[in-house]
Ligand binder design. Sequence first.
Ligand code: CA
Length: 227
Amino acid sequence: MRILVVEDEARLSDALCEILRAQKYMVDAVFDGQTGLSFAEGGAYDLIILDVMLPTLNGFEVVSALRRRKCETPVLMLTAKDLVPDKVKGLDAGADDYMTKPFSPEELLARIRVLTRRRGEVLLDTLAFDDISLSLASCELSCIHTAKTVRLNYKETELLKLFLTHPNRIFSKDELILKVWGYDSEASDNNVEAYISFLRKKLSFIGSRCQPVALKKIGYKLEVTVC
Ligand code: CA
């Protein structure tokens, strides 16, 4: 489970990250609205914790931009303001829940559990494209033509999930590193190439006609290859 924290107060951001990492969530922290929007947009997060008062774009602007761009990641807004009109404004803009500072870690974690559970109910737990389907619960990749199945590891699942949720989109290596390994990781192009090659082997193994295709100097895209 990957969470994006958009909070400009460094101490609060650090505290949030510490609470979340202690629960084994993978966390990326950014400190202004514009950066938050560009990180959130890719859809690689399961939840976004978003402050209201932020530099560049405020939290209301970030969440409404995300919803306009059809990014449905759950958003938990976090603010010192506990005025009813602000809560309404946040929820109207597309936030899923609202929490006022100061808050207890227990309350934060409880709300995260609710939001991510709710998401699990509305989203399919299986992603499909052409002749393949990926079960997110078991990380099993199957080919409908051959009925063969193979288990993917965590990174392979995250990588394929990106391709399956954005069919026909080309991902650069930098984007894949950011979305699969995280923004503070030391992963390099070699890691991406290695995992793309693992995915290719597994897709071939189950007899799928889908393959991640390298587009020179641009990135990778999942394509149906015609024999
Ligand atoms: Ca703030």
